[in-house]
Design a protein around this ligand. Sequence first.
Ligand code: 6MZ
Length: 354
Amino acid sequence: MELLDYCRSLPKVELHAHLNGSLSDATVLKLLSAREQQDGDFLASAEVTIKRGHQRTLEECFQVFRILHSITDNLEAMQTITQDVIQEFAADNVKYLELRTTPKNIPNKMTKKEYMDTVLEATVEAMKKSNIRVCLLLSIDRARGVEDAWSTLQLAKEYLTHDVFGPLVCGLDVSGNPHSGDLKDYLPVLQEAQKCGLKLAVHLAEVSSDTETLTMLNSGLVDRIGHGTFIHPDAGGSKELHAVVRKQNLPLELCISSNIKSGTVKSACHHHLGFWKKENHPVVICTDDKGVFSTSLSEEFYLGAQTFHLSEGDLHSLCLNGVDAAFLPQVEKQKLRQEVQKDLDSLKGKLTCQ
Ligand code: 6MZ
């Protein structure tokens, strides 16, 4: 089997996918045509701005998110995008997906609770239709302030005791424009989240930010690192920072296309996947925003494999790393591991020599 087909066949685990950043062209077009009558001019310009896959600065990416949010600002759209995104990951042979999204309060349209209820209901429906297990992380957007973060945590806590949605909510994500705010202000929220048993995935060092990253890591609250682009010494990270990540053995969620297309990494061969792989540190390949960066999890595996000459064994280990780093209870993790291992065994020896 050729490499790309092989990557498509791998039983994959996706741990870092932002819901609104994951919209396919088909879904965006569906939403745009539903709104066409309402505001033609706005939509024409929106279509240009969100044209996918382009190289853009990180700041420009956040403008794109604003536009995407303006077309997903109602419950019907939230239901559509949740179902579409989950089905697309399932079609890409993703066996387990941790989807993250920022609950939003849009006056006269939806409360944060209605937003999340809709996402969770649509998740339950999508899981019935496809062979995929999905969990949700509620995102705290560092640009929205600490008050907003407290209310998101409150909402997450309410779900923990919910019969149907409880098992689907596994933690919090901290994301948003890394140039906005200071993560140390969010520590009390995250401490409370940890006390409640919520797992924490935190975007760290997506841009150079040693002091902030060290503060977060030394808090002992972080379970997984999103991006971590500027942690390793080759990217200017301090020895201390590198040592803390190694000591805590924290899995890194790596998003190659996202980092290249948003300009924080020069090219694939400069990506920190190479560095951490040499260190034998746990890393998981992820998409980040498959819509905005025009990619899929299979393509990210392919890009990583081609660039760093990954063997069949390396690719299998990457799939299993995803299982190990998942925010699932142990029993479920073991079950997922068995399923993934079974599929991996059936693929052994089928990769054509590169
Ligand atoms: C930081 C990011 C991100 O939550 O509305 N987000 N935060 N760095 C990134 N790298 C490119 N990509 C996405 O999905 C969109 C939101 O996810 C976060 C941003 O807060 C963005 O507004 P949801 O579903």
